[in-house]
Design a protein around this ligand. Structure first.
Ligand SMILES: [Zn+2]
Length: 217
């Protein structure tokens, strides 16, 4: 039996999911996809997290796929909208079918390694904007992965009904190093502190009364 496969983006949610999975299963594999996102910082953060937990970590090059999914502010020259993450404008950050694609790549890896499950970092804060982060999606995918292969793979989304503050609480209890996570959509050397993703992150740290260890502009 292989190790569970965690979809690791380099952000705070998936870093927490990785720590949680290692705590639960004792070990995990991680995969990180590059679909042409603007920030190598995300990938570097994913590498640091995987290394910290001694995971096998595979980088998957999906840039040619990403290039076909044009129109998102995360992969194109479309301007990243400023404003609250739950606003309608944030739909510009939706990469078509992104989580479905990443989850299915992870599922293929899980089947090949006879792993018991794929672990996703979706959470309730994403439900408003991203259809493929919603419970209906996770449930439907679980149904598909039960029948799509000779080796059935479970879908686990431990934070599906948890918000970002709840994720941070779990992460702090598990000792996650949030200085090695990257959330910002637009920042350079430092996170911008103003984009929807930064706002959501800072809000969550505020709610649990902790200081974000990441440097901001
Ligand atoms: Zn930002």
């Amino acid at each position: 039996m292989g190790r569970p496969v965690v979809v690791l983006s380099g952000g705070m949610d998936s870093a927490t999911v990785l720590a949680y999975t290692v705590a639960l299963y004792g070990e995990a594999d991680a995969i990180t996809a590059n679909y042409g996102q603007r920030h190598v910082r995300e990938i570097e953060s994913a590498m640091k997290q995987a290394e910290r937990y001694g995971c096998r970590h595979d980088l998957v090059d999906l840039t040619s796929v990403g290039a076909l999914l044009s129109g998102s502010a995360l992969t194109d020259e479309v301007e990243v909208p400023f404003g609250h993450y739950a606003e309608e404008t944030m739909k510009a950050t939706v990469v078509p079918n992104r989580n479905a694609i990443l989850a299915n790549v992870a599922a293929g890896v899980a089947v090949a390694r006879e792993a018991p499950a794929i672990i996703l970092g979706v959470h309730s804060g994403d439900h408003a904007i991203y259809p493929d982060c919603r419970p209906e999606f996770v449930e439907a995918l679980a149904g598909v992965l039960k029948v799509a292969n000779y080796h059935p793979v479970r879908v686990e989304a431990p934070f599906l009904h948890t918000d970002k503050a709840g994720i941070l609480r779990v992460g702090h209890a598990l000792g996650v190093d949030y200085s090695a996570t990257w959330t910002c959509y637009v920042g350079g050397d430092k996170a911008c502190g103003k984009c929807g993703a930064c706002q959501e992150r800072l809000e969550a740290f505020g709610l649990i009364g902790k200081t974000d260890p990441l440097a901001y502009e």
